[in-house]
Design a binder for this molecule. Structure first.
Ligand code: GLC
Length: 546
């Protein structure tokens, strides 16, 4: 039976999804690494926050060459994170609390410890085992000069002039998607988790997977100059990748309700609807707000473009300000426009110093803007606390392969992956039990100030604001329409069905408060009590008079 039109099939269209990076969320057993039991224990936090679903970053067995995105076995749980029984207990508890679960699937590559990769290395050149990955001969060096994400070449030598392809770290060999074993094994993985009650899948680097390395291959310079025709690139955003997603969609639709999926597809904007189409994955990330400066014109354009794109795909748009791959947005917004974030991280966050107060004010305004939009909001753990980036992690503690692959010239993404503070004091600020092993990435001494415990008691805290905003959204959001209204320069206002308006003042000076009943304010009292004007860098939701 398919459930494509049954009740609840569309739960994801306007959901608020909370991303959990499991090793840094909550550590139940005190070994310094977050775990599934920790997530289960903290479900009340997610319920109080009011989110609809959790997206869980990889929790599979992994040597952590890339934060778990190097997967040894896609159908198991890493022993430091828990067991399959812990997973089942977590799913049951999430569902009992009315929350859905989306898990991360990493289909472009396995880890180099995967049994099939180990078998490929052992079997040698020309063997059927090597066919499942992308091995090439190169007597005079690597087959191409391509550069991998995180730095260094995409080809790793394995002896006898043979090389294998890895678009990311050398510990992440790319699969050969022309091979039926690879396709079958991934379908088995999707069914494995869907049968265990998972409601959806986040598809990692969905724009890679299929490859064609038969023709004359472009150089790195040609790739960067974008001279390769769209759709037939040797490895990026190929048209034939959608055959994979069409077959997955059939699999997802065998379930009731159908399993949802969201693509992480870093492609030119006009190619995004292909990933979000109803006969494919169904939804795609849009990182345009995340990449935008805090600017009225830019925010409005991003919304207009993405609503059109979502409509073209028959999907809803996604909205994101932070995730596990980027500098947390309160820090970004506290830096002068145009600051190079990698260079800022290399200065330990000192050059220039971020204006924390301003960054947080803008972050809250942007969040209220985002939560008023039609579509799906993806929040990243800790943003509900207004956490800034931990920019001064020393090189010796860094785990991101970017650090070693760049020979210590780029810090990478650990500053947004530092374990969460739950209590104001204690050896790990409540991340683990008091006296347990220190958190796997050091927590800064200022963590306690941002702790859930400290903010829960403060009606003007960022946590109180997130709770109020998500609760209001639940009450107010009835349709998917949005109409921009005339507004002064530097101010963006749009009306939503049901007679309410979201207005963001991107300037630094106050403007008149829109007429009507204030339902939410991003600064001060979240209920907008006492507001007589709309302050600078603030968003309000107002029910229109009459
Ligand atoms: C995605 C993930 C990132 C990971 C990469 C390789 O971009 O979000 O964290 O490093 O894929 O799997």
């Amino acid at each position: 039976m398919t459930g494509t039109t049954g009740p609840g099939a569309d739960w994801w269209r306007q959901a608020v999804v909370y991303q959990v990076y499991p090793r840094s969320f909550a550590d139940a057993n005190g070994d310094g690494t977050g775990d599934l039991a920790g997530i289960t224990r903290r479900i009340p936090h997610l319920v109080d926050l009011g989110v609809d679903a959790v997206w869980l970053s990889p929790f599979y067995p992994s040597a952590l060459a890339d934060g778990g995105y190097d997967v040894d076995d896609h159908r198991d749980v890493d022993p430091t994170i828990g067991t399959l029984a812990d997973f089942d207990a977590m799913v049951t508890a999430l569902h009992a609390a009315g929350l859905k679960l989306i898990v991360d699937i990493v289909p472009n590559h396995s880890s180099n410890r995967h049994p099939w990769f180990q078998a490929a290395l052992a079997a040698g050149p020309g063997s059927p085992e090597r066919e499942r990955y992308v091995f090439r001969h190169g007597a005079d060096g690597p087959p191409t000069d391509w550069r991998a994400s995180f730095g260094g070449p995409t080809w790793e030598p394995v002896g006898d002039d043979w090389w294998y392809l890895h678009m990311f770290a050398p510990e992440q060999p790319d699969w050969n998607w022309d091979h039926p074993d690879v396709r079958e094994d991934h379908e088995r993985t999707l069914r494995f988790w869907a049968d265990r009650g998972v409601d959806g899948f986040r598809i990692d680097v969905a724009h890679y997977l299929t490859k064609d390395l038969t023709g004359p291959l472009p150089t790195q310079a040609e790739i960067e100059a974008r001279t390769v025709p769209e759709g037939t690139h040797p490895f990026d955003d190929r048209d034939d990748v959608h055959e994979v997603y069409r077959s997955w969609r059939k699999l997802f639709d065998e379930y009731d309700p159908p399993r949802m999926a969201v693509a992480e597809a870093v492609v030119p904007t006009h190619r995004r609807p292909r990933y979000a189409s109803a006969d494919g994955l169904g939804q795609a990330f849009n990182f345009d707000l995340l990449e935008a400066d805090f600017d009225a014109g830019r925010f409005r354009t991003v919304v207009e473009q993405n609503l059109d794109l979502a409509r073209a795909a028959g999907s809803t748009s996604t909205w994101v300000l932070s995730n596990h791959d980027v500098v947390r947005h309160p820090s970004r917004y506290g830096l002068p426009t145009g600051t190079s974030l990698p260079a800022w991280l290399m200065s330990d966050g000192t050059d220039p110093a971020a204006d924390e107060e301003r960054g947080l004010r803008r972050a809250r305004a942007a969040t209220a803007f985002l939560l008023a939009l039609p579509g799906c909001a993806y929040l990243y753990q800790g943003e509900e606390l207004g956490l800034p980036e931990v920019a001064d992690l020393p090189g010796v503690v860094l785990q991101d392969p970017t650090w070693t692959r760049s020979l210590g010239t780029a810090k990478g993404r650990d500053g947004c992956r530092v374990p969460l503070p739950w209590s104001s004091s204690g050896s790990s600020f409540g991340f683990g039990p008091d006296g347990g092993r220190p958190a796997h990435l050091p927590q800064p001494p200022w963590s306690g100030r941002f702790a859930v415990e400290a903010q829960a008691a403060d009606a003007a805290s960022t946590l109180a604001f997130y709770r109020a905003a998500i609760a209001r959204r639940r009450e107010l959001v009835t349709g998917e329409e949005l109409e921009f209204l005339d507004s002064p320069d530097g101010v963006v206002a749009f009306a939503r069905p049901g007679g309410w308006v979201c207005t963001t003042n991107f300037t630094t000076s106050a403007v008149p408060l829109p007429e009507g009943e204030v339902l939410l304010s991003s600064s001060g009292d979240p209920a907008g009590g006492g507001l007589t004007e709309l302050p600078g860098e603030t968003t309000v939701w107002v029910r229109r008079a009459g």
